[in-house]
Design a protein around this ligand. Structure first.
Ligand code: AMP
Length: 529
């Protein structure tokens, strides 16, 4: 091999905060802590305080490879911890506080965390966890306790040089079955996916943006946006615990937010709030929506009524962003309806994450074919395995990640997510997409949320039950008529039930496992057929 003559510089997360601290020192980082106080700092402050925190962690005997956890909302201290822990060569383990106590205890013990940073909101949780997690040496509350810890040692002068393959972040998947599984990302993987996030076909994160981070920093590293904002020097707004539509709209207008990212439920409730209160969000230009399927009606309203472009993307803890929500030049010149049809899909393959769809025997299904199959992914920042456990079924023999999603790919790489493999409804040997039914139902006037689950049916094996949350009386027949216009007749739900709320998992997805349990005894109104 004739070796290239480039410098041997490893890809490291500390280079991101160094860059922002050097070149974007006065660019703002605005945060609300759980006591309601708004703190205005800058990338210069975050860089300086991350070095201080790293010094304090080193003085507390944190070594390279040690796991340090955070149970925290999105605020400046959490951001400092992101950079201090990884910069030092320790592993940032972000924990989802919405999980059950036993799951969190399992996660902390499995990861063998030695220090845990806890938001004051979760002190009760920390007290319950402490006796269950004997390996944790210290619980540090993100308030005066944290400030005292920060002030207790000298800052690190230079970030240590690490191997770019060193582990940097650990995030457990919310897995609805079995124990959560840890995705351990290297510095190299984080820097590469952050770069992808900054490309125009990624989320186009750039120094001109004011970004509201509506994705929790405990969910897939806040979709890499805390890293991408430093890489590009963008202004960052960290909203703390309050993700109510009132708070989101207030932030957008107060901080001139131009870009945001979050799960569909956040935007659905924001739109309802805007409509109710007759407010506008003139500065917001784009949002990235993913984590679950975004209904077409949401995109139409956001773009037509509020001028906000929706980049609909697909991804998972195992890779962060897996698709791009941008249009090609060719699609941009198509009629608007054609563009929207693509926008309703889950984005298109983005450079760095290769995608394939295979049938039950593992044979490739050609792109452009309507037959759905299992979506497989591979790439330099896709998880090659899980932390500390053998998962023989998680990857194919030739090393592709089995995503557990049922999908089709068209010949331009656009993904249509039919369903999670475990949620797809198998009726008479054919598949019904619960996602398509939900998205169509949310398009009905009066329906604010919808969930579809498959339940056992004597004749067909499984049939769909539609659950709706409504804000005014709506007739079953009106909903079914609306659905009949967009889905095949045999997909129509056998029953429609009205519910007070749709339960969500800790990461904002519809909790279908819980719904299937709740409606296990449902008697079909056509039970005699
Ligand atoms: P998580 O690891 O918690 O981020 O969950 C990843 C899963 O969320 C994926 O495997 C999909 O099932 C689902 N998901 C993410 N984005 C989308 C999307 N745009 N449309 C449909 N499902 C999605």
């Amino acid at each position: 091999m004739l070796r290239g003559l480039n410098m041997d510089r490893q890809l490291m997360i500390s280079s991101l905060i160094d860059y922002a601290g050097r070149n974007h020192r006065s660019t703002e980082v605005v945060a609300r802590t759980s006591d309601g106080v708004v703190t205005r700092s800058t990338w210069g402050d975050v860089s300086d305080r991350a070095r201080r925190l790293a010094g304090a962690l080193a003085a507390a005997d944190i070594e390279q490879g040690d796991r340090v956890a955070t149970i925290a909302w999105n605020d400046h201290r959490h951001l400092e911890a992101y950079y201090a822990i990884t910069g030092l060569g320790a592993v940032l383990h972000t924990v989802n506080p919405r999980l059950h106590d036993e799951q969190i205890a399992y996660i902390l013990n499995h990861a063998q965390d030695v220090i845990v940073f806890v938001d004051p909101d979760f002190l009760g949780l920390a007290e319950r966890l402490a006796p269950l997690c004997p390996k944790v040496r210290r619980w540090i509350t993100l308030g005066p306790d944290y400030e005292a810890f920060l002030a207790s040692a000298d800052p690190v002068d230079e970030w240590p040089l690490l191997d770019e393959w060193a582990a940097a972040t650990l995030c457990y998947t919310s897995g609805t079955t079995g124990h959560p599984k840890g995705v351990l990302q290297s510095h190299r993987a984080i820097v590469l996916q952050t770069w992808a996030t900054c490309t125009a076909d990624g989320h186009n994160v750039n120094s001109g943006e004011s970004i509201l981070l509506s994705v929790p920093m405990f969910h897939v590293n806040g979709w890499a946006i805390p890293f991408a904002a430093a890489m590009s020097g963008a202004k960052l707004v960290l909203p703390g615990s309050d993700l109510s539509p009132e708070a989101i709209v207030e932030w957008i207008n107060a901080e001139h937010v131009t870009l945001s990212a979050g799960v569909p439920t956040i935007w659905l409730s924001m739109v309802q709030h805007l409509q109710r209160t007759n407010q506008d969000i003139p500065t917001l230009r784009r949002i990235a929506v993913g984590g679950s399927a975004a209904p077409r009606s949401l995109m139409d309203t956001l773009e037509d009524d509020y001028g906000v472009f929706v980049a609909h993307v697909w991804g998972m803890t195992e890779m962060t962003q897996g698709s791009s929500g941008r249009f090609t030049n060719r699609v941009e010149s198509l009629p608007r309806e054609e563009q929207r049809r693509r926008q309703a899909m889950a984005g298109r393959e983005v450079f760095g994450v290769e995608l394939r769809v295979v049938d039950g025997e593992g044979n490739d299904i050609a792109r452009g074919t309507k037959t759905p199959g299992e979506l497989l992914a591979r790439g330099p920042w896709v998880a090659g395995g899980y932390f500390g456990i053998e998962t023989p079924d998680s990857h194919t023999a030739d090393g592709w990640l089995r995503t557990g999603d049922v999908a089709t790919l068209d010949d331009e790489g656009y993904i249509t997510i039919v369903d999670r493999a475990k949620d797809v409804i198998k009726s008479g040997g054919e598949w019904i997409s619960s996602i398509d039914l939900e998205n169509a139902a949310v398009g009905c006037p009066g329906v604010t949320q919808a969930a579809v689950i498959g339940l056992p049916h004597d004749r067909w094996g499984e049939r769909p039950l539609l659950l709706c949350v409504v804000d005014r009386p709506v007739e079953h027949s009106a909903i079914l008529r609306q659905l009949a216009a967009v889905v095949p007749k045999w997909w129509l739900p056998n029953d429609v039930a009205f519910v007070e709320e749709v339960p969500l998992t800790g990461t904002g997805k519809i909790d279908k496992k819980l719904l299937r349990e709740r409606f296990a005894g449902h008697v079909w109104s056509d039970a005699a057929n």
